[in-house]
Design a protein around this ligand. Structure first.
Ligand code: GDP
Ligand code: K
Ligand code: MG
Length: 293
C-alpha cells in the first residue's frame, strides 16, 4: 500500500488563528490560545495519523519584527518553517490587508511548494465582504489556493485537511503512528501555566514570565507536578503571587483543570515564583528554556 507523509507549516500574522486551526486538526489542545499576540513562542509539531498518511503540522509564532533576544529566536522558528515544509498554510484573517513583513510576503509568492491561503474568521464576515477578500487575496498571491474558513467553528477545516492529504508527497511515516507531538509532557505543563498567566495578568507581566517544570511524578491515580514561574524582577514576583497568594492560586487551579483533561488523570500542581534577572535578554537562559538550538 502506498503511504504519504509530509510537513505542513502554518504561518501568518499574530492572532489570525494559527494555533486554533492546528488544535482543530489535531483534535487536542496542543497549542495554547489567547487573544494576545506572541502567545506561541516555540514551533510546535502536531501529528495527524491515518492508515496511509501522516501529516506533521507546525504551529509557529506570529510574524513580528524582533525587539529583543527572545523574539529573535521566535522568528528563527518561523524561518525554519519555510525551509523544511512540503506544504505552506498561509493564514490571514478577514479584513487583514497584508503581511507586515515584506520579505516573508515575497517568499510566499515565490514559493516552490504548494501554498494554501486560509482566509480565517469568516464567521465574522458577510457574503459581500468575503467575496471582496477572496478577490483581493487571489490577486495578491496568485500561486495560492484560497480557502475561506472558520478555525473556531470548524467551517471548511475538513476540506482543507483533505486537500492537504491530496498534496502530500509519497513517503513513509516520520514518527510512530501513535505519537501526537514531538514535545515532551513537561512542555504542555509549562504552556498551560503560561496560558493562564497570559489570561490573568496585564501589560508586560506575561512577557516577562517563563515556566520550568522541576518535578513530574506519575503515580497510579495521580500525577504530582512542581513548576516554577520565573520572572525578571522582584516587583513582578509580588504581582504574580497577588494578595495573600490569591492570584497565583487562581493560575494553579485553572492550569490543573486543563492538565487533568490533557492527561486524563488527577493532578497535584504546586507552583512557586522565582526571580531570574532579565532572562529574556540572556543567551544562556534562552538556551536553557529551549529557544536556541
Ligand atoms: P495565533 O496567534 O495566530 O495562533 O491565533 P490564536 O489561535 O491564538 O487565536 C487568536 C484569537 O482569535 C483567539 O481569541 C481565538 O479564539 C480567535 N480565533 C481564532 N480562530 C477564529 C475564528 O475562526 N473565528 C473567530 N471569530 N475567532 C477566531
Ligand atoms: K495569539
Ligand atoms: Mg499561536
Amino acid at each position: 500500500m502506498s503511504h504519504k507523509a509530509g510537513f505542513v507549516n502554518i504561518i501568518g500574522n499574530p492572532n489570525v488563528g494559527k494555533s486554533t486551526l492546528m488544535n482543530a486538526f489535531i483534535g487536542e489542545k496542543l497549542s495554547i490560545i489567547t487573544s494576545k499576540a506572541q502567545t506561541t513562542r516555540h514551533r510546535i509539531l502536531g501529528i495527524v495519523n491515518g492508515d496511509d498518511f501522516q501529516v506533521l503540522f507546525s504551529d509557529t509564532p506570529g510574524i513580528i519584527k524582533p525587539a529583543y533576544e527572545l523574539q529573535e529566536s521566535m522568528m528563527g522558528f518561523v524561518k525554519s518553517a519555510f525551509e523544511d515544509a512540503d506544504i505552506l498554510l498561509y493564514m490571514v484573517e478577514i479584513g487583514e490587508q497584508e503581511l507586515k513583513d515584506e520579505a516573508f510576503f515575497k517568499k510566499i509568492k515565490n514559493s516552490k511548494i504548494p501554498v494554501l491561503l486560509l482566509l480565517n474568521k469568516i464567521d465574522k464576515s458577510d457574503q459581500q465582504q468575503l467575496e471582496t477578500q477572496v478577490q483581493l487575496w487571489s490577486e495578491k498571491v496568485p500561486n495560492a489556493e484560497i480557502f475561506p474558513i472558520s478555525a473556531l467553528e470548524g467551517f471548511n477545516v475538513k476540506e482543507v485537511f483533505n486537500r492537504i492529504v491530496e498534496l502530500l508527497p509519497e513517503s513513509p511515516a516520520f514518527y510512530p503512528k501513535d505519537q501526537l507531538t514531538d514535545k515532551p509532557e513537561r512542555f504542555f505543563i509549562n504552556e498551560s501555566i503560561r496560558e493562564k498567566i497570559l489570561m490573568h495578568y496585564k501589560k508586560e507581566i506575561p512577557y516577562a514570565v517563563e515556566i520550568e517544570t522541576e518535578e513530574f511524578f506519575e503515580e497510579e491515580n495521580i500525577i504530582r507536578i512542581r513548576s516554577v514561574i520565573m520572572v525578571e524582577r522582584e516587583t513582578q514576583k509580588g504581582i504574580i503571587i497577588g494578595h495573600k497568594g490569591s492570584a497565583l492560586k487562581r493560575v494553579g487551579v485553572e492550569a490543573r483543570k486543563d492538565l487533568e483533561k490533557f492527561f486524563g488523570k488527577q493532578i497535584h500542581l504546586e507552583l512557586y515564583v522565582k526571580v531570574n534577572k532579565n532572562w529574556r535578554s540572556k543567551q544562556n537562559q534562552l538556551k536553557r528554556f529551549g529557544y536556541n538550538s
